[in-house]
Ligand binder design. Structure first.
Ligand code: APR
Length: 233
């Protein structure tokens, strides 16, 4: 039996737009409503912990009100014919809810918190207990913070993501403006022999290598990609 081809997918906020979640940049983006400096940096945390916690409490509330979209479901379905690895910048768990089994979160996960103590233990939140407040402590009595990689912080999963990318036969970029590094640099680790696709309804600045652009939203774009891949295989 033929070895399944390695299909590596890099996703961003655009992947969850059709589920009802906002992007960060562009029209209606989160960073148009909140300043990064006020809610997504360690300095913001030291300045006003409750403001930061409230920002993520609200995002969890929004996440609990939405479902995976058609694009998420197609990616899960593709696991039948491909060895699919999803590398996401998204902190939502819609890929996992859709049934994707190999998901690497570069920027953390909304439904988890971590201790600010030396051990940095990570804890799951539940759908009926998803808010965190100043004074919510880990078992060792350290304040809990969102399990999110803030601007200026290290990206612990980056090495794993590079290793996965270097094995790709097919690499697909979906719903990311490729503005944020090191995630946007993953394209540089895609083997020269791999085929690269980009799905986005808007222009995304990619240069250098031969990329097939599918200028559509995640759902329609993945329907088209599935056709292309099925005809090729
Ligand atoms: N389907 C696919 N893509 C879409 C859709 C859609 N329906 N709607 C919008 N997009 C695209 C936009 O055109 C844009 O290129 O999604 C992209 C979203 O870009 P950003 O808002 O910049 O989000 P992202 O690239 O994921 O941001 C990266 O920045 O703010 C930080 O940590 C945060 O992980 C995030 C990182």
């Amino acid at each position: 039996m033929n070895k399944k081809k390695k299909l590596v997918v890099l996703t961003g906020a655009g992947m969850s737009v059709e589920s009802g979640l906002s992007t960060f940049r562009g029209a209606g983006g989160l960073w148009g409503k909140e300043r990064v400096e006020d809610v997504a940096t360690i300095q913001a945390w030291y300045r006003d912990k409750q403001k930061v916690l409230d920002f993520y409490n609200l995002r969890r509330k929004e996440l609990l009100g939405v479902k995976p979209n058609e694009g998420h479901l197609i990616l899960a379905e593709l696991e039948k014919d491909f060895d699919v690895e999803i590398i996401t910048q998204n902190v939502d768990n819609l890929h996992e809810q859709a049934g994707s089994t190999h998901v690497t979160h570069l920027h953390g996960e909304l439904m988890k918190v971590r201790s600010t103590g030396p051990g940095e233990e990570v804890f799951d939140l539940t759908t009926d207990n998803y808010e965190t407040h100043v004074g919510d402590l880990c078992p060792k009595a350290y304040q809990l913070r969102p399990y999110i990689v803030w601007f200026g912080e290290a990206v612990p999963e980056m090495e794993k993501a590079i290793n996965i990318t270097e094995q790709s036969d097919i690499f697909v970029v979906i719903g990311t403006s490729l503005n944020v590094y090191p995630a946007a640099g993953l394209l540089n680790y895609v083997p020269s022999g791999a085929v690269v696709y980009l799905i986005d309804p808007n222009d995304v600045n990619v240069n250098g290598r031969n990329i097939t652009i599918i200028k559509k939203g995640a759902g329609e774009g993945l329907k088209e990609l599935k056709e292309i891949l099925n005809n090729k295989e």
